[in-house]
Write a protein that binds this ligand. Structure first.
Ligand SMILES: [Zn+2]
Length: 71
C-alpha cells in the first residue's frame, strides 16, 4: 500500500485511514493547511522521501487542498 498524506483540521483527520501516522506535521506555506503522512510498515524506509514529496505537493495544490494525497 502506498503512503498517503491526509488533511487534518483541528487535529482530526479528514479521512479515516489506518496504518501508522507520522508525527511530523506538514503545512502549506500559503494557508497553513495541515497534513500528516499515514504509512504502512513497508513504507517506513521511504518516509523521509515521502515527507519531501508531500510538502511539495501540498504547496503545489494550494489553494485546492484535497483530503488526501497519494505518495
Ligand atoms: Zn494552502
Amino acid at each position: 500500500m502506498p503512503a498517503e498524506a491526509i488533511l487534518y483540521t483541528n487535529n482530526i483527520p479528514a479521512i479515516v485511514y489506518g496504518k501508522n501516522v507520522d508525527s511530523v506535521l506538514l503545512t502549506c506555506l500559503s494557508c497553513g493547511a495541515e497534513y500528516h503522512i499515514h504509512y504502512s510498515n513497508s513504507e517506513f524506509r521511504r518516509l523521509a522521501d515521502s515527507r519531501i514529496l508531500a510538502e511539495s505537493r501540498i504547496n503545489a495544490e494550494h489553494p485546492n487542498h484535497e483530503r488526501s494525497i497519494l505518495l
